[in-house]
Design a protein around this ligand. Sequence first.
Ligand code: GRG
Length: 307
Amino acid sequence: MTAVGSFDLWMQQVQASVESALAAALPSTDTVPARLHDAMRYAVLGGGKRVRPLLVYAAGAVFDAPPSALARAAAAVEMIHAYSLVHDDLPCMDDDALRRGKATVHVHYDEATALLVGDALQAQAFAILADDLADEQAEGQADIAPQRQIAMLRLLAEAAGSRGMCGGQAIDLDSVGLALTLAQLEQMHRLKTGALLRAAVQLGALCGKMPDAAEEASLDAYAQAIGLAFQVVDDVLDATADSATLGKTAGKDAAANKPTYVTILGLQPSRELADRLRDDAHRAVAPFGAAAESLRALADLIVQRKA
Ligand code: GRG
């Protein structure tokens, strides 16, 4: 087993690479329109746990993916995530003033800018993922075959769209004040949060050598388990942690009368469910052996996180 120290080091290295890739991919603050670009950089840089990029790299490690391809996929998925947070915080959605320990984009700038930041980040995500198609393919220096890259673009679009994250958000907005069953709650989260986490795992794998059907099924079982665990833990933290620790407003779900794992199952059963899901995730990637060490450690991190 990898020592805790070496996973921490790996995580810091990935986080630093992702920060550089994002900083390089985002337009500079002296590019017109400067205020929009400033706000895009404010939304994306210097914050967040970078869970989705870490999943891209961890899955990529199982399939010997080249770092250049992983950097593009990780930056793309994080930009989609950052856009979703900016829009989720808007007054027409969750109406929040605090995100990643600082004022939300619409509070720090204004609502129209926040809307455009989300739109532009979503477009930029696909531009990054397609980067290699434009130049390197033409010069025969691509790290991924064009067909594979098109599959990755499609995968990210499906995960972000109305049958993925956006669809989950729509169900979430519709379910305020309703008594959802556990199955309905699970379906909402599978789309709202799970789809992008799953896409991160799949994108990382697709950057490397092609997974076979059994490997795809293992990755999928892992992604389903950690996706759900992530949300269960999010609900537990929303009910138990304070805003300073979370870097976002705590207790929002109860205040908004939203159904959560904690309201349906209770606190302790929710914690136990998260532990079982972590064990499911570990079991799912057992066939990959030592190569899946970071995937296993990330499942632990998702369940043990305090923010
Ligand atoms: C607005 C289209 C649209 C979608 C929004 C993901 C989402 C859908 C909204 C976020 C609301 C929320 C708090 C969901 C709970 C789980 C979640 C995604 C938490 C934030 O993700 P973290 O913890 O955040 O990975 P950091 O800041 O660490 O990146």
